[in-house]
Design a binder for this molecule. Structure first.
Ligand code: PGA
Length: 252
């Protein structure tokens, strides 16, 4: 079996002033054991990327962006390109987060354009997929996840397959305090792994699949113990070092 390094990422969403972001980044940098097993990344809002990059310089914590636009540059008021994110020091870019799909109209086709642009810029996408409560209740979870993954990846080639992270985030579990049970999550992660094999071939074994949705220090260890759960994408609990650091520690 392929050994996959656990990957814990903090998605700060629309939180933190510059001073707060610097302070949180420092607390996480100083509190996360340098010899830990898990890879760690922080995704502050755009306004704090440069400041957080400066705090993380020389550490083994990576910088991530929460979204991007797909064009390289041009007259696109308000947009940020993957090249700009690379320039500020990002390694990862989240694409297809359910809040982008819900509030900003990101469709699967848009998600694919973003993912393609991120890969073209030499960055690694974290592709988010996940069903709503209504879709789960209608027994459509696997169908929805298949559609989001297939259309989101589009023509992504196996050669680039390993430069990809997938995050399974059931929409009903995000910010709600409801978490998928380890068995529920593992079942979908296992399904995602089989789809990655189908779409990308052998590189699928090395792709990390994170779970996201109300991950806390209390549930992190049991979720991460599942064979196809390779990390966590953490929202609310990533805003507090006393919550986020134990989640990192739970990954070993
Ligand atoms: P949550 O958010 O941990 O606050 O549920 C997760 C996410 O949206 O990535």
């Amino acid at each position: 079996m392929t050994e996959r390094q656990p990957f814990i990422a903090g998605n700060w969403k629309m939180h933190k002033t510059l001073a707060e972001a610097r302070s949180l980044a420092r607390d996480i940098r100083d509190g996360a054991a340098p010899g830990r097993r898990a890879e760690v990344a922080l995704a502050p809002p755009y306004t704090a990327l440069a400041a957080v990059a400066a705090e993380l310089a020389g550490s083994n914590i990576r910088l991530a962006a929460q979204d991007t636009f797909w064009e390289k540059q041009g007259a696109y008021t308000g947009a940020i390109s993957p090249a700009m994110l690379a320039d500020v020091g990002c390694h990862y870019v989240i694409v297809g987060h359910s809040e982008r799909r819900q509030h900003f109209g990101d469709t699967d086709a848009i998600v694919n354009k973003k993912l393609t642009a991120v890969v073209a810029a030499g960055l690694t996408p974290i592709l988010c997929v996940g069903e709503t409560k209504a879709e789960r209740e209608a027994d459509q979870t696997l169908q929805v996840v298949r559609r989001q993954l297939e259309r989101g990846l589009g023509a992504l080639q196996p050669a680039t397959g390993t430069d990809l992270v997938v995050a399974y985030e059931p929409v009903w579990a995000i910010g709600t305090g409801l978490t998928a049970t380890p068995d529920q999550a593992q079942a979908v992660h296992h399904f995602i792994r089989s789809l990655l094999r189908e779409f990308l071939g052998p590189p699928a074994e090395a792709i990390r699949i994170q779970y996201g949705g109300s991950v806390t220090p209390d549930n992190a260890a049991t979720l991460l113990a599942q064979p196809d759960i390779d990390g966590a994408l953490v929202g609310g609990a990533s805003l507090k070092p006393e919550m986020f650091l134990p989640i990192i520690a739970a990954a070993g």
